[in-house]
Design a protein around this ligand. Sequence first.
Ligand code: ADP
Length: 271
Amino acid sequence: MDTQVAANISTDDGLPFYLPQGNEVALFEHAYRHRLPMLIKGPTGCGKTRFVHYMAARLGRPVYTVACHDDLTAADLVGRHLIGDGGTFWSDGPLTRAVREGAICYLDEVVEARKDTTVVLHPLTDDRRILPIERTGETLQAPPEFMLVVSYNPGYQNLLKGMKPSTRQRFVAASFDFPAPEAEQAVIQGETGIDSKDAGLLVRLAGALRALKDHDLEEAASTRLLVYAATLMQGGFDVRAACRAALVEPLSDDEDTITALMEVVDASLPR
Ligand code: ADP
């Protein structure tokens, strides 16, 4: 399972680099102080994970990130008995660790997880703020510093995987999208050190590629992919090769679509 503690990208103030898009910083702080769980909606690669890591660092709390997938069960979150040299022993899952330590637990793409996970999330997201661990008979009371944050991409939603209203209603929610052009340019420059001319070019190109999204592609060129393209350009790749590797090939396997996307790239490049 993909769990990790804290982000390793830091700026002068020791915090991960994050450029706010609206009132999300104040909203998160308010939720944290009032012990409310938070739900973040938005497309892949628009900055949700970076935001949570930034907020955790700002609030001085560790963060446990779990990338949810369709095999993820309640036991993956809570923990399980393992067999070691001295017999069986209990091993906390990331959610249990976060509750014990008063950390932030971030469940990315939570709608992917198995339905049995809601059984452990519900008592943690209402007034009780408890985590019953059935296997050990323990019930943990979450300390004030514990916060549950979940995210999902509404674009992936289908009827089966939609989040149940009874679950959604427990969260303070915010919608994210790709940053506005100027902000996205600042993000690309902040992440890679690329100059403003090239960053501006990538943002304009992303605008043209995103306009095609609903026609041919399931996913839009994300801020993450723009950062990758800028990183390649910083490493010496020419802009066309960087765009192909970072903005075109990751979005489609279909030859015709790749050709069409490269035409958009070529039309956007200065002659
Ligand atoms: P998500 O969790 O929404 O899939 P991430 O948080 O991993 O996306 O964001 C992808 C990348 O985009 C980050 O690693 C970072 O380089 C960049 N990024 C996007 N938005 C921002 C932002 N507002 N401030 C700083 N970096 C950002």
